[in-house]
Write a protein that binds this ligand. Structure first.
Ligand code: FES
Length: 103
């Protein structure tokens, strides 16, 4: 099973073992501060903005066009930015580290 770490803006590290589903849902289910998932994961709110740790960006892959359109409206966006609801946790991502942007 896969493990994911969320580094929150205050520097806390929330580790979720046996993570399944997308990175927004996993965060909400585990009370990770700074990820709200207001739209329920349909790529229309950007309250799930995260940054993929540099060591993982290649494995996770780039954002889709729809995702980028929404991210462009956000502050503090860079090439590691993704919407958590659009990143599905897989066995290949076991050990993944993401940074919560928060609002
Ligand atoms: S939860 Fe709304 S865009 Fe991800």
């Amino acid at each position: 099973m896969s493990k994911v770490s969320y580094i929150t803006p205050d520097g806390s590290d929330v580790v979720v073992e046996n993570a399944e589903g997308n990175l927004m849902k996993i965060a909400v289910d585990n009370q990770v501060d700074g990820i709200d998932g207001d739209c329920g994961g349909v790529c229309s709110c950007a309250t799930c903005h995260i940054k993929i740790d540099a060591a993982w960006t290649e494995k996770v892959g780039p954002a889709s066009e729809t995702e980028n359109d929404l991210l462009e409206l956000e502050d503090d966006v860079d090439e590691s930015s993704r919407l958590g609801c659009q990143v599905e946790m897989t066995e290949a991502l076991d050990g993944l580290v993401v940074h919560v942007v928060g609002r």
